[in-house]
Design a protein around this ligand. Structure first.
Ligand SMILES: Nc1ncnc2c1ncn2[C@@H]1O[C@H](COP(=O)(O)OP(=O)(O)OP(=O)(O)O)[C@@H](O)[C@H]1O
Length: 249
């Protein structure tokens, strides 16, 4: 059974309401289908406005599609009960592009990373600190960084904090919505290496949304191309590499 399946989902924005005369109607996604296998990374590659973020929000349970279904471990997200939704929120985490706006600038890094743990697990203060220290080291930071606040960190360091928070509950799936796009090339590469290691170590699956073919190629096992809200092509990274090498003079 696939971990995540999108079956013919469509979402159009801006239906006119009684009080809303003007609408900016636009197709978010249209008859879009894909499946994601456990422990793998599916790259969603597309240009600006193609529907990538719409798809991400639908998968995160934040935006109900107009039609079609999205199932996680065989359970339909938008038709599931409260208990299943709570589990889904634990099992599917997200890392967004803008590392600064994803965190509260007044909170300490300790509290940012511990937030999901406090929502779902009952740890003592000592256990919590140990766990946060472990997570910080896993993403290439140091235990002492837990005492800092977001303003004392670089964009790349803060994105590592966001990754540490996303993996804190050992989720089954992480939606990576352009996670390295706002970082410089060297930091991008370091973070992609960490994400790949985490995937291999913990068997986490990724839905990696990006417009950057190099980044997607590095992390993804399969790449789906999205254009005007629909997936137009899906290939394995290996097939793509073979096609590219055939084109070499
Ligand atoms: N809140 C909204 N209201 C109206 N139209 C929207 C809204 N959000 C997105 N759209 C439209 O839906 C389409 C897909 O947008 P989406 O943000 O999903 O694309 P994207 O591929 O993530 O783009 P980008 O890479 O620029 O973030 C676009 O045509 C966009 O204008």
């Amino acid at each position: 059974m696939s971990l995540l399946v999108a079956d013919n989902i469509s979402k159009t924005y801006g239906s006119a309401g009684w009080f809303r005369k003007s609408t900016s109607e636009g197709t978010g996604v249209r008859n879009l289908s894909f499946s994601l296998e456990e422990g793998t990374c599916l790259g969603i590659l597309g240009e600006s406005g193609a529907g990538k973020s719409t798809l991400g929000r639908i998968v995160l349970g934040l935006l109900p599609p107009d039609s079609g279904t999205i199932t996680f471990e065989g359970i339909d997200l938008y038709r599931s009960d409260r208990k299943a939704r709570k589990q889904w929120r634990r099992d599917i985490q997200v890392v967004f592009q803008d590392s600064y706006s994803a965190v509260n600038p007044r909170m300490r890094i300790l509290d940012i990373i511990a937030e999901p743990l406090r929502n779902y697990e009952r740890l003592t203060s000592l256990e919590e600190r140990r766990k946060v220290a472990e997570l910080l080291v896993l993403v290439g930071l140091t235990a002492d960084d837990m005492h800092k606040r977001p303003g004392q960190m670089s964009g790349g360091q803060l994105q590592r904090v966001n990754i540490a928070r996303a993996i804190a509950l050992k989720p089954k799936l992480i939606v990576l919505d352009e996670p390295v796009s706002s970082l410089d090339m060297i930091i991008q590469k370091q973070i992609l290496i960490h994400l790949r290691e985490l995937k291999e170590k913990y068997g986490i699956s990724y839905l990696f949304i990006s417009h950057d073919i190099m980044a997607v190629h590095y992390l993804a096992d399969r790449i789906a191309y999205i254009d005007q809200g629909s997936i137009t092509d899906v290939r394995t990274t290996l097939e793509l590499s073979n096609t590219a090498s055939l084109k070499q003079p």
